[in-house]
Structure formats: structure tokens, C-alpha cells
Design a binder for this molecule. Structure first.
Ligand SMILES: *Cc1c(COP(=O)(O)O)cnc(C)c1O
Length: 366
């Protein structure tokens, strides 16, 4: 039925945008009116209620605000709206995305402390307790769940427990894990979770979203440092009718609706998590057989994206990349300072068979 949609020339083994299904791409082939109920009620409000239900069983106390732009825009909107003028933010970082939150806080004039834990270590509950005990001025804590820079899975439950015990507000960048790793943000006590259309839900890029505790967001009117990126303003308008304050990326939103349907058809987040784990397993086993080593020990590794060390001093990424791309797979360069690495993602419309074919392609490329 979808034969009229062209195949992709290669699979994107990147952390987003990622390879999407033909169904998702086909869903973009009509136009929508941004004030008609066909779009606002049937698409936007439907997406909003499904997102909250994916995030928690406590659907009464949470809401979601969709925001134009890439994922970073939603992180910035969240920090800029959630932080009161007299608040102080702790950012735990172990990679580029944690660092980016600190840059945002800097630009927005938000008082903050950045604690850098090093790219290859995960923060512990003990680290966090110590920081919070030593600085009672801190009101909010932010960290990244899956740090896509390396593939590190930070200990969400342990850290959340400490934040809640200290009575602080919790902001989690779960950009590259939401939809691919099961979690209940109500149970975890997360106040704000940020993700985007083009990661594990497997839509196309164009908007992000913040799933927020209503009681927290209610307190934030007037906090925003930006008109367009005021989450409360967007929320209040969107809640009325599903209308975004300013032009919404209609085709992207419709594709996301389709992506949510496909997530349900797959069996929900649990089933997707199982597929991603299997993809990851085939990838890492195959790469180890070829003599590659992972940057991170297995206990820290998320089943989302994996950093591999260069196998030797002669290794050059670009010729390797081109040889693998010629066989239908696009890889991702490394992004860390401590070691020469490249990365391979395993999220998106990608299956264990694809990972097996990838290993064969890499064998021939080396
Ligand atoms: C992808 C990603 C983002 C957002 O990046 P954009 O390029 O703005 O979409 C933020 N945090 C993490 C952890 C990510 O993986």
C-alpha cells in the first residue's frame, strides 16, 4: 500500500533524527488548518493525552506542552519557564547535553551550579546528597537521563529519590530515552520531563514536548524569559482548544500521531524497549567479535546509542564511515574529549536483522 513512498537510501544509526517508517513519512502528505477541530481536537489534543498516558499512570496530575523547534528549544523553554527569578538550579552533567543546559542557564541569567562528573562516570545518590546538603539555596535539579554524548544511562530512580527527599523540583532531559525505556514519571516524582518528536517515539523532527506536573507549572506564570518559549503561555492556549500559540509544524505533528499509533501497534514502550535491547545486544556482541571495545562498561550503557573506541592508532573514521554508508548504514562521529570514539545508534525503525547486516558491512569495511 505504501509502495509509492520511496525507500530511504540508507538506515540512520544516529540518535535522532532517525529512520522512520513509511507510514510515518506517508502521514505527512496532506495539509492541515491550524484552527480547525480536525487538527486541534483530533490530532493535537489526542497526541497530548496519549503522551501523558505514556509517561505516567497519574494522568490527572500531569499535562504536556508541545513546543516548536528541536529538542533543545523545549529544554530551554522548560528551564526558562520553570525557574523562578530567585531560584537556583543544580545541573549534574556528564556530557554535551548536560553542558548545554548549563549554557542555557547562563544565557537566560538563571543562577546555577554545574557539577561535572566526567564523561565516563555516572552520578550517584551519594554525590547528589552531598551537593544538596552543602547548598541549601538550590531549588531545582536538572540532569540528562540517557546522555547521548556517550550512551550513558544515568540512574534516574536513585537520583529522583534524593531530589524528592530534599523537596526540590526535578527537571529531566529524557530526550533520547522517553518512549524507548519504560518509566512512570509520577512514581519517580519528576516534575518536568523533556523529549522531542524525533527520538524514541520515532516521528520526524520539528517539535519537542514537556510533560509537567500541573501543580508545578501553575506556579510558573510570569517566569518566562522569552515570549515564544513561555511554556505557561503555550499551555494555557493549547489547553483551551488544542491550538498552538504560533504556527505549528502541522505535517510533523500529523506524522507524530502516526508514530504514536505505530508505537501502540508494536505493543507500547515495553515492547519497543525489548526491541531496542535486542538491537543493542546484536550490535555490541557483533562489534566485540570484530575486536571493537565499548567506551562504557555494560552496567552504565543505555540500549539507545553506543560509543566504540577506535580499534587502533591507524584507524580513521571518515573512510570507515564512507565504506559503511556505501553499504546502507549511516554512523555517528564521537563527541567526547577523553578518547577517540565513534557512535552507533540502535533506535528508530531498525530491527535486529538490520544490526546483523550492519555487522557484516562493518566486517567488510575494515
Ligand atoms: C537529541 C537530544 C537533545 C536535543 O537535541 P536537538 O538537536 O535540539 O534536538 C537534548 N538532549 C539529549 C539527551 C538528546 O539526545
Amino acid at each position: 500500500m505504501l509502495d509509492f513512498i520511496p525507500d530511504n537510501p540508507y538506515i540512520l544509526l544516529t540518535p535522532g533524527p532517525l529512520s522512520t517508517s513509511k507510514g510515518v513519512r506517508a502521514a505527512m502528505l496532506r495539509d492541515w488548518c491550524t484552527w480547525d477541530a480536525d487538527y486541534n481536537e483530533d490530532i493535537v489534543q489526542n497526541i497530548r493525552s496519549r503522551l501523558v498516558a505514556l509517561a505516567t499512570k497519574d494522568t490527572e496530575n500531569y499535562t504536556v506542552v508541545l513546543m516548536q523547534g528541536s529538542g533543545s528549544f523545549s529544554v530551554e523553554a522548560c528551564l526558562g519557564t520553570a525557574m523562578p527569578r530567585d531560584g537556583k538550579l543544580l545541573i549534574l552533567t556528564n556530557g554535551a547535553y548536560g553542558d548545554r543546559m548549563a549554557e542555557m542557564a547562563q544565557v537566560l541569567g538563571i543562577e546555577h551550579t554545574k557539577v561535572d562528573l566526567g564523561e565516563v562516570a555516572a552520578p550517584t545518590a551519594g554525590d547528589l546528597e552531598e551537593i544538596l546538603e552543602n547548598d541549601p539555596k538550590l531549588t531545582h535539579v536538572a540532569f540528562v537521563h540517557c546522555e547521548t554524548t556517550t550512551g550513558m544511562l544515568n540512574p534516574l530512580a536513585e537520583l529522583s529519590e534524593v531530589v524528592k527527599r530534599f523537596g526540590k523540583t526535578l527537571i529531566v532531559d529524557a530526550m533520547s530515552s522517553f518512549g524507548g525505556i519504560p518509566m512512570d514519571i509520577g512514581q519517580l516524582g519528576i516534575d518536568y520531563l523533556v523529549s522531542s518528536s524525533n527520538k524514541c517515539v520515532q516521528g520526524v523532527p520539528g517539535f519537542g514536548f514537556v510533560i509537567a506536573k500541573k501543580a508545578e507549572l501553575e506556579k510558573c506564570a510570569g517566569n518566562a524569559r522569552s515570549l515564544c518559549m513561555d511554556l505557561v503561555g503555550q499551555w494555557k492556549d493549547m489547553d483551551k482548544s488544542g491550538k498552538w500559540r504560533y504556527t505549528s509544524p502541522t505535517h510533523v505533528v500529523r506524522a507524530f500521531y502516526q508514530a504514536l499509533d505505530e508505537l501502540e501497534q508494536e505493543g507500547g514502550i515495553e515492547a519497543r524497549y525489548e526491541r531496542y535491547k535486542e538491537n543493542h545486544h546484536v550490535l555490541v556482541d557483533g562489534m566485540r567479535e570484530l575486536g571493537f571495545q565499548t567506551l562504557l562498561p555494560d552496567e552504565y550503557q543505555a540500549p539507545i546509542i553506543t560509543s566504540f573506541l577506535y580499534p587502533n592508532d591507524e584507524f580513521e573514521f571518515m573512510p570507515f564511515y564512507e565504506a559503511v554508508k556505501a553499504q546502507g548504514f549511516v554512523l555517528y562521529p564521537g563527541k567526547i574529549s577523553q578518547a577517540d570514539t565513534f557512535r552507533i545508534g540502535n533506535i528508530g525503525e531498525v530491527y535486529p536483522e538490520d544490526m546483523s547486516r550492519l555487522i557484516k558491512a562493518i566486517r567488510s569495511a575494515i
